[in-house]
Design a protein around this ligand. Structure first.
Ligand SMILES: NC(=O)c1ccc[n+]([C@@H]2O[C@H](COP(=O)([O-])OP(=O)(O)OC[C@H]3O[C@@H](n4cnc5c(N)ncnc54)[C@H](O)[C@@H]3O)[C@@H](O)[C@H]2O)c1
Length: 464
């Protein structure tokens, strides 16, 4: 059955069961879920059973717009898969049907997990982003809908691959969500509409910050002698550019995406600075601070700062300044956004109704913001059930590419244009579709156990 047919039969089935359920509810009888599930349950396979994978599985299994069930799991490490399974199973007892022979471990585990699905089901990609194009290519072959985490790509070559696959997946009518969940936030959506409605006036400047101490695995000390290189790098993937695009791409892609969304354009070039201040015994490839100046085609600037140093001021926000006023897109993280607009250029304290600035409040979403991590799943499943066009890969990859453009500008000390980034030939991890856990890593340690790092001004064509 084609994906389209699958979608329409599911839609018809759900409409029918919806009608039956409504009628039965009137009679005071509960329709058993097992009945509603027959053949029309959306099956999911979780590939990459870490923190986000487990969280995304919870969001997926909580959707209310279709019956859904997890039937397979895959990871390169059995302890990660088991921890995820043991965390999910008690919470979603009847929605998790993953016996031992549908738990797959290894570099080819992704194929085996997707082989358990039928066309129209959903494969979830929550591994480090290096493997996205490999996994996505296989999902397309199998006619599967997909949810994939951000970033979708880490460099020029992987972005080109993903854009090509995006086209192919659109042609095949696959529904694909990308984990830039802020795009599904109702408050930010209304803010975007108000900006489009010219309520803020012409946008003059956008600023975004992700300033924290060291997060996730962004700083690594030398590999312990008893660990094999490739699995150890995968475990510490934010430390290595080939796996994640570094902490810059991993953390800042959200700010880049929401900032460019509000501008309704992608920047054409970037200049940036950054450095490695307190490295101690850390040997990862990241800088610990970055400052990027993006330029849009009309000359508007977007300033983006990232800092991962302990003891400094924290900030996780995105702000848009227009001729008539200022808008908060994010105030302190992804949710709640606290989206709002003020006349003038001063942001008031939304929690303190007495501040003078609140007199200038033009609009605020208010207190109750639905969780965008849930909404992105409701939206994906809705598109599958109703067979409406739904594919976020091109946009997600453009956001990933623009993020990489800022990172490359900092790492090389050069101005990098969108086209240069897109056409850049430096492929951080070639042939990842052939990688096994015994392969040498695409990134080899130097004799002293450290790794090649960016050298702005010295290495100007490649990032390391
Ligand atoms: N949208 C968000 O807010 C958000 C939040 C956190 C993470 N993420 C994204 O989710 C992804 C995963 O991040 P995480 O924090 O869950 O990391 P994690 O290390 O907790 O989980 C990654 C999992 O993938 C497994 N894995 C690695 N390579 C694999 C492969 N080739 N095949 C199968 N499994 C493999 C790892 O063993 C691990 O269990 C990243 O792309 C990250 O940027 C998004």
């Amino acid at each position: 059955m084609s994906n389209k047919q699958q979608g329409s039969s599911r839609r018809e089935f759900l409409q029918t069961t919806g009608r039956v359920a409504a009628a039965t509810a009137l009679a005071g009888v509960v329709v058993p879920r097992v009945h509603a599930a027959e053949n029309n349950t959306i099956q999911i396979a979780l590939i990459g059973c870490g923190g986000r994978g487990t969280g995304a599985a919870k969001n997926a299994l909580s959707v209310t717009n279709a019956p859904i069930k997890m039937v397979a799991m895959a990871d390169v490490f059995s302890h990660r898969l088991e921890a995820s399974y043991n965390g999910l199973k008690p919470q979603f007892e009847d929605k998790i049907d993953v016996p031992e022979d549908r738990k797959f471990i290894g570099m080819d585990a992704y194929q085996k997990a997707m082989d358990c699905l039928k066309p129209g089901d959903i494969a979830m990609f929550t591994t480090p982003p290096a493997f996205r194009w490999v996994h996505f290519g296989y999902a397309i072959e199998k006619g599967l809908n997909v949810f994939m985490e951000k970033p979708t790509s880490v460099d020029g070559p992987s972005s080109r691959k993903m854009l090509k696959l995006a086209d192919e997946s659109v042609k095949r009518n696959l529904k694909v969500g990308v984990g830039l969940m802020c795009r599904h936030c109702k408050a930010r959506k209304e803010l975007f509409n108000r900006i489009k409605d010219n309520q803020l006036g012409e946008i003059m400047l956008i600023r975004a910050y992700r300033m924290s101490g060291p997060i996730v695995t962004c700083f690594s000390e030398r590999k312990p002698a008893d660990k094999a290189e490739l699995p150890w790098q995968i475990e510490n993937f934010h430390s290595f550019l080939w796996l994640s695009g570094g902490i810059f791409s991993d953390s800042l892609v959200h700010n880049v995406d929401e900032a460019c969304w509000m501008k309704d354009a992608w920047p054409v070039k970037a200049e940036a600075i950054g450095g490695r201040h307190y490295r101690g015994n850390y040997i990862d490839q990241n800088f610990d601070s970055y400052a990027v100046e993006y330029t849009f085609a009309d000359g508007t600037k977007f300033y983006l700062d990232g800092r991962y140093e302990a003891g400094c001021k924290s900030d996780h926000s995105t702000t848009v300044q227009g001729k008539k006023g200022i808008a908060v897109v994010s105030q302190a993280g992804h949710m709640p956004s606290k989206a709002r607009m003020y006349r003038g250029q001063l942001v008031g304290d939304q929690n303190d109704k007495t501040t003078a600035d609140n007199a200038n409040l033009m609009w605020a979403w208010g207190d109750k913001e639905p969780n965008p991590y849930d909404l992105e799943w409701e939206d994906l499943v809705d598109a599958i059930v109703n067979d409406t066009p739904y594919n976020e890969v091109q946009r997600g990859t453009q956001a990933s590419l623009v993020t990489a453009m800022g990172r490359m500008a900092a790492h090389t000390g050069q101005e990098i244009t969108y086209d240069q980034m897109l056409n850049c030939e430096h492929e951080f991890g070639p042939d990842l579709d052939k990688l096994t856990l015994n392969s040498p890593s695409p990134l080899l340690a130097l004799a002293d156990g450290s790794y090649p790092v960016p050298q702005p001004g010295l290495l100007t064509k490649t990032e390391y």
